[in-house]
Design a protein around this ligand. Structure first.
Ligand code: ZN
Length: 639
């Protein structure tokens, strides 16, 4: 503890010392949002578990008990004990030690068997080795990115431990101001889709919600959120909170680190992994296309070290006066709605991020119950449109596939690597397994496959059905025998036997999907199915709108003319966004009801129309909130 130790900290520390004297506490450390007690008698910890819980509840803090380094068992002994305690069927694949935080990472095929019933084995590992076990799932499809991230984190344990201490000191600093206010400033993604970024300020602290880039432009001012204003002094930002891994919400985080941000990034584990993958992939593409990138891989690595992962519904201090809790958003794997509890409940904000208020095959419906809500910041991507029902869309997909395969053609489905790719895989696997479509190879290209591997590492975050299939029935739909992984475009597949090809990118603006399209488009037996949004100006949009031929610029600068003879279909019922009806139903069901609703993440037309719909007709929601539709750089005082 430094000499700035504040009175509230002194209270925390003395309460803990007092209450848990018998454990022989050697030091207390603020490690990010957690308070770690290093004790010399860890064997007594198990008996004190209820008391620890009681003190944690009283202080409203997360307490963890760790062993003082002097009493920890040697690594050799610890490995031996772990191997004896954990049943063979758990299939441990890796064990790594973090000397600085006193943790041992155990990676296993069946992590549940390492944890044991009610955490029993995990507790025994601590009781017998005095190392705190962190248990991670080894996915059945090998994931290069997951291996690299863990390798990176465990090679920088000293740095991690140092920054966690500095985050902890900052979170637990003394409150300085008597004045209370909460101000929200729109920095990106207001009256537009892309570069989502929101600043939340109190007199004590500043937090950024999402830091996205604009995927529809490659350079220039509109690529970035408005970070170059006085209110955004990177040294004053306490925390960056990320709702999900799509680049329009997380693509600019490394840019903050490039320009001096040294603080924490809070998100879920899958979001950390997928966003790093997408950011690195973005750098790859920029290099291949000879474009300058806004940051380098160095800053992505730094972002990973600064990321603190949270589970859904885990309450966490992120600033002296702000508590963060994530809730399922149903949009893509790991996607979250962020709940901010400010002051002693002075004000409560829910920032929805992108959310789906309906069940999909991949994910459960977004959460709509919160402890308190005063202000809701809500996405409005589909404030006007209504989507086709999922069941109807599935039937349509089935019919198109059947017709094409029976006619000897091939089906091309361009997808986003994250979200729609996996949803489509689940649907097609289900149909083929249940013989609703004829059997044929399903080819899946590189990036989709890498992202799918990450899905396999977090089955507990997937929909109830898929989770059960993976965990309890051993029928992992993602590793189904029908799927064939391919690295990229293959001529013999494009012109081969009837098959289904799932490839990136979703809007045909690059990636193997374009190569397949070029080879398959002239053949009228083939089918092209659009399952996601096609932005203005993309090749996907031109084809979708019915262009009979298109010009595509090759890598060597040559223009190639492609005749589009293949059949085209648009199936819109698989969206990861809520449509107009689902947005309304969310607003009707949200509990408790918000006083303020701020609309973002939609084109101006969508936001204005949806805004007047909920403003004008009280019967639509059953209550009448204040509705705001701010522009970029608008600020709004909400408390
Ligand atoms: Zn998204």
């Amino acid at each position: 503890m430094n000499n700035l130790a504040s009175s509230s900290r002194i209270k925390i520390i003395s309460t803990i010392y007092e209450g848990l004297k018998e454990l022989d506490i050697s030091r207390i450390e603020f490690e990010g949002p957690e308070i770690a007690l290093y004790v010399k008698k860890p064997s007594l910890a198990q008996d004190k578990i209820d008391l620890v819980k009681k003190i944690a509840k009283e202080l409203k803090k997360r307490l963890v008990i760790k062993a003082d380094p002097s009493v920890r068992k040697s690594k050799e002994e610890t490995m031996e004990i772990i191997k004896n305690e954990v049943p063979q069927e758990a299939q441990i694949s890796d064990i790594k030690f973090d000397d600085d935080l006193g943790e041992v990472m155990i990676k296993a095929r069946k992590p549940g068997l390492v944890i044991g019933k009610g955490g029993s084995i995990q507790q025994r590992i601590f009781a017998n080795t005095f190392w705190r076990a962190v248990i991670i799932r080894e996915p059945p499809i090998k994931s290069r990115i997951l291996d690299n991230i863990m390798e990176h984190l465990y090679s920088e344990t000293e740095y991690r431990s140092d920054i966690l201490h500095s985050f902890g000191e900052r979170i637990h600093r003394e409150l300085l101001f008597k004045d209370r206010y909460v101000r929200i400033t729109a920095l990106g993604g207001f009256l537009e889709v892309g570069r989502s970024t929101v600043l939340v300020e109190t007199p004590e602290s500043k937090v950024l919600l999402d830091v996205g880039l604009n995927p529809s432009v490659n350079f220039g001012e509109r690529l970035y959120p408005k970070l170059d204003i006085e209110q955004v002094d990177l040294e004053e930002i306490d925390a960056v909170v990320i709702t999900h891994a799509h680049m329009d919400h997380s693509g600019m985080i490394p840019f903050l680190f490039k320009y001096g941000y040294e603080g924490p990034v809070y998100t879920t584990s899958p979001t950390r992994d997928i966003m790093a993958l997408m950011q690195l992939d973005g750098l790859d593409i920029a290099e291949k296309e000879g474009r300058p990138a806004p940051y380098s891989a160095k800053e992505v690595r730094k972002e990973l070290l600064h990321t603190i992962t949270l589970d859904y519904e885990e309450v966490t201090d992120i600033a002296p006066d702000i508590r963060l809790t994530f809730y399922n958003a149903g949009h893509i794997l790991g996607s979250a709605m962020a709940h901010l509890h400010i002051g002693d409940g002075t004000h409560n904000i829910v920032y929805s991020g992108d959310f789906k208020y309906a069940r999909t095959r991949l994910l459960d419906r977004a959460n709509s119950d919160f402890p308190k809500v005063d202000t809701l910041i809500m996405e409005t991507t589909y404030g006007v449109q209504e989507q086709t029902d999922r069941e109807e869309s599935e039937k349509e997909l089935m019919d198109v596939i059947n017709k094409t395969l029976n006619g000897g053609g091939r089906v091309l489905i361009p997808v986003l690597a994250v979200g729609r790719g996996q949803e489509i895989m689940l649907i097609i696997n289900y149909m083929m397994k249940n013989k609703l479509i004829q059997q044929a190879p399903i080819y899946v290209t590189g990036l989709v496959d890498e992202v799918t591997a990450i899905h396999n590492a977090y089955p507990e975050m997937l929909s109830r059905e898929v989770k059960e299939e993976i965990l309890y029935k051993d029928e992992n739909p993602f590793t189904s025998e029908f799927f064939k992984r391919i690295d990229g475009f293959k001529e013999d597949i494009a012109n081969g036997e009837p098959s289904i090809i799932i490839a990136t990118s979703g809007m045909l603006n690059g990636g193997p999907a374009v190569e397949f399209f070029k080879a398959m488009a002239p053949n009228p037996k083939n089918a092209l199915i659009f399952v996601s949004y096609q932005a203005q100006g993309t090749l996907g949009r031109k084809v979708r709108d019915g262009a009979p031929e298109v010009n595509i610029v090759n890598r060597d600068g040559r223009i190639e003319n492609i005749k589009v003879n293949m059949e085209k279909f648009i199936i819109d019922g698989f969206s990861g966004h809520s449509d107009r009806r689902q947005l309304l139903s969310f607003l009707r069901n949200i509990n408790p009801r918000p006083r303020n609703v701020i609309l973002n993440h939609g084109e101006a037309d969508s936001i204005y129309k949806f805004g007047s719909l909920i403003r004008s007709d009280r019967s639509k929601l059953g209550y009448r909130p204040n509705v705001y539709t701010p522009s970029i750089l608008d600020s709004l005082r909400v408390a």
